[in-house]
Design a protein around this ligand. Structure first.
Ligand SMILES: [Zn+2]
Length: 339
């Protein structure tokens, strides 16, 4: 009898331990950090609101530099960035870049940040661009970029920028909002250990990216990740749903060029364009581009590599752009409108 009671007590203890392990298991965030779980939530082929990038000269700016972990004063190359949905920013590029390099970086990140939803760009007053492999940052009404983390940042650049811009534009309003805290409590766990370790600072940024993924790009993430996200933070997803965010330019409509004798399409955007036409898959150096007006007169003809064609010198109007290389040939009607 005594033995049986002891045995029962042992069983109860064992069950209790199992329950505790189960509860701990259930509360463990599924990811360490959310930026790195899916690289194609937004890609280079998606629309950008970038309208223009204009060099305005050099000027003294105080910016953060993670290479020295300090605020530094630099005589920066300055560029006015205009996005086509009434938002603007300024690219502040470290003079360690020469002007030509700085112009490339300002255009590159003007485009990439222009891909982010409107609600993430509202407080991005400045884009700080340095060399170095250090982590990017958000907050301080800015986004901090170190350009040399290319191998890891390049693949996840849009995902990282969504995270950082969420700090810049969403944290102040949402991170301490009672409804958000309520959603955190209802979910009972965090999507990542990074969010769990910094619930006031990282939870919005860690969660927003995945909300965008499951609500707008579910086909771009694995079914496994989709299920994990929707099951782990359902109340946070509902919180974001309820905000009625302005997400322009998402969803984005790209126009596929009608292709001939080819199994894949060129994608170009935006269309209409004010100048820079972005091409979804980078062109190899042997891609011929011919531009015709609607009477069939050839306006320009050149070879191109990279993924941009500049039409800004052209008058407003409708053009036929013919692209051809060894793999593809396609034509597209492009509308040039404004600059
Ligand atoms: Zn963060």
């Amino acid at each position: 009898m005594k033995n049986r009671r002891f045995y029962l007590a042992q069983l109860i203890v064992l069950a209790f331990v199992c329950l505790q392990v189960y509860v701990l298991e259930a509360q463990t965030p599924p990811y360490s950090g959310t930026v790195w779980i899916e690289s194609g939530i937004i890609t280079d082929a998606d629309c950008s609101t970038l309208s223009s990038v204009t060099y305005t000269g050099q000027g003294i700016k105080v910016v953060y530099d993670r290479r020295v972990n300090a605020w530094v004063s630099i005589n920066a190359h300055l560029f006015d960035i205009v996005w086509n949905d009434s938002l603007t920013s300024q690219a502040v590029v470290n003079p360690e870049f020469n002007l030509k390099e700085a112009t490339v970086e300002a255009n590159k990140y003007g485009f990439k940040i222009g891909q982010l939803p409107h609600c993430l760009r509202t407080d991005v007053n400045e884009i700080w661009i340095h060399k170095g492999v250090n982590a990017w940052g958000g907050g301080n009404k800015s986004i901090l970029i170190h350009t040399d983390g290319a191998t890891w940042h390049e693949k996840f650049s849009e995902e990282t920028l969504i995270h950082e811009a969420a700090h810049t534009s969403l944290d102040a309003i949402h991170a301490s909002h009672p409804d958000w805290i309520n959603a955190q409590n209802l979910d009972g766990t965090f999507i990542s250990t990074y969010a769990e370790n910094h619930p006031g600072r990282e939870d919005i940024a860690e969660s927003f990216l995945l909300w965008l993924a499951v609500r707008y790009f579910p086909s771009r993430i694995s079914t496994t990740n989709y299920n994990i996200i929707t099951q782990t933070i359902p109340n946070r997803l509902l919180y974001f749903d309820a905000q009625n965010f302005n997400l322009n330019p998402i969803p984005c409509s790209t126009v596929a060029i009608e292709t001939i004798e080819s199994n894949k399409s060129f994608l170009v955007y935006p269309n209409p364009t004010t100048g820079i036409l972005h091409i979804g898959s980078p062109l190899d150096g042997d891609t011929h581009i011919d531009i015709y007006d609607l009477t069939g007169r050839i306006i320009d003809s050149f070879k191109k590599s990279g993924n941009q064609v500049d039409l800004s010198a052209f008058s407003d109007g409708v053009y036929l752009v013919l692209l051809r290389n060894n793999n593809n040939i396609g034509t597209l009607k492009v509308i040039k409108n404004g600059r």
